[in-house]
Design a protein around this ligand. Structure first.
Ligand code: MN
Ligand code: MN
Length: 469
């Protein structure tokens, strides 16, 4: 906790819920209701970018590309966003101090584990039409079967049009899904190890079973193709240039009889993305330039043009600096080196059903607020960012002065496991960066769970970081 001596959070008030008065409790619930709607609607990185732009524009942000194209300049107080290929987004609120003094950056990822449709996916077997898939990110495959699933994504046609597809979210929509073996015939399957019970190549999505009349061969598949052609104007070969994601169907829900939690798809890491975004949008004035960075591809290693390893962020900062009329390579380097960042990603919440994987003093818990992790790493901190204690002291001070509930943790017991985030890609610029985020139960499952108190404290903590450090 690191708060036992704090004058703001007495030891007996470790549980964040106990510190709220009636008025603040209403704010906690309202904020979370907006978050619940956000993740119910935004189930792909593209949907997150589109919705984030909509929210940003309503708060006065405009497109940096339009500023560049029209040869306009930027000044302190201006708000701009940079959309990278519709799959990653950066927001800048230009501060009163020169960019070179450093930025205050909130970063999170907007891709989530899911089942991706292959390029040649559609086939018919025993008069059923199925889609072949390749899962995205680390999943326990057995968790993703026998659930109502939706199809989200785009199909890019040869004439240049991009068709958006969402099937399975409207209550009148059909859903799709992956079947599993009945228990009655599963004796052999049940003997297998958990990572073999359902194998990757068997994650085939059942999408239809009515044959097209007059078709001799693969008539069910032909009927599906007819439906897709009617609705989206696509041919079978257009799957080659499609990006279709199979995700759990339906809205996120309040969880717990006391409504203290939310269950939904993609808390990892949209819970940190939404809290970072709203913290950025709520900034009213700033000295240091405030930045919110929402990136793609974290779950598969942050590679690719829209992942954190890409130089799109560096390029966007260079463009902003140029529009401020103050560009030089040296100044750009100083801007990064003088910056401070909260790299936010979900942490593993302590699960009373599985206590053995955690070391209780250094685990994160529901209802104890925003989590900070000095290091993750595996087997001897390998690959850990390991933030500087000077920086952590600075953060503690601001969190406590702004009455933000916070906690600290590492990812499970020593030698138990490990994980990576985007922090290391920012540390290469020699900036101060620490991992922070919201604790999650059921991480990487179709239905993850967060505590509303932690979501609310995260947004408060992020706002304090942007404006007070
Ligand atoms: Mn994550
Ligand atoms: Mn993850």
């Amino acid at each position: 906790m690191g708060t036992t001596n704090s004058k703001y959070l007495p030891k007996e008030k470790k549980n964040t819920w106990l510190k709220y008065d009636e008025a603040e409790l209403i704010k906690v619930m309202e904020y979370n209701e907006n978050y619940r709607k956000f993740i119910s609607k935004c189930k792909t990185e593209r949907e997150c970018v589109a919705e984030s732009i909509r929210l940003a524009e309503s708060k006065g942000y405009c497109d940096l590309k339009a500023v560049i194209e029209t040869g306009k300049s930027l000044k302190a107080g201006d708000k701009v966003y940079y959309n990278n290929m519709d799959k990653a987004l950066v927001l800048f609120y230009i501060g009163s101090e020169p960019l070179e003094a450093g930025m205050r950056i909130l970063g999170a990822h907007i891709d989530s584990p899911r089942i991706d449709v292959k390029q040649n996916p559609l086939y018919e077997d025993t008069e059923m039409a199925l889609l072949d898939t390749h899962y995205y990110g680390g999943i326990k495959k057995y968790q993703w079967v026998t659930l109502p699933m939706a199809i989200h994504g785009v199909v890019c046609l040869l004439d240049g049009t991009v068709k958006e597809i969402v099937i399975g979210e409207d209550e009148n929509d059909p859903v799709v899904g992956i079947t599993d073996l009945l228990i009655h015939l599963a004796a052999t399957q049940m003997e297998k190890k958990a990572n073999k019970v359902v194998e990757g190549e068997d994650l085939n999505v059942l999408i239809g079973s009515i044959p097209l009349e007059g078709e001799e061969k693969d008539a069910v598949k032909a009927n599906i193709l007819r439906l897709l052609n009617d609705k989206y104007g696509m041919e079978e070969t257009d799957f080659l240039s499609a990006e279709l994601e199979i995700v759990p169907a339906g809205a996120a829900r309040d969880f717990g009889i006391d409504r203290s939690m939310i269950t939904g798809y993609g808390h990892d890491d949209r819970v940190c993305a939404y809290t970072s975004l709203t913290a950025q949008l709520d900034v009213e004035s700033c000295e240091k330039t405030c930045v919110c960075l929402l990136v793609d591809k974290e779950e598969i290693g942050s590679i690719g043009a829209t992942g954190m390893e890409s130089r799109f962020f560096e390029n966007a900062v260079a463009e902003v600096m140029n529009c401020l009329g103050d560009y030089s390579e040296l100044k750009l380097r100083r801007t990064f080196a003088n910056s401070k960042m909260l790299s936010s990603d979900v942490s593993a919440a302590f699960d009373p059903n599985y206590p053995s994987v955690h070391e209780k003093k250094n685990a994160s818990y529901f209802g104890r607020g925003l989590n900070f992790s000095k290091f993750f790493g595996a087997r001897g901190k390998s690959g850990a960012n390991d933030a500087n204690p000077e920086f952590i002291a600075e953060i503690r001070k601001v969190m406590e002065e702004n009455k933000v509930s916070y906690q600290t943790s590492e990812l499970g017991k020593v030698d138990e496991g490990g994980g990576g985030t985007i922090s290391k890609f920012m540390a290469v610029y020699n900036m101060q960066v620490i991992d922070s985020g919201v604790p999650v139960l059921n991480m990487h499952s179709p239905w993850e769970i967060v505590s509303k108190a932690d979501v609310y404290e995260a947004q408060k903590g992020f706002h304090a970081f942007l404006t007070k450090i």
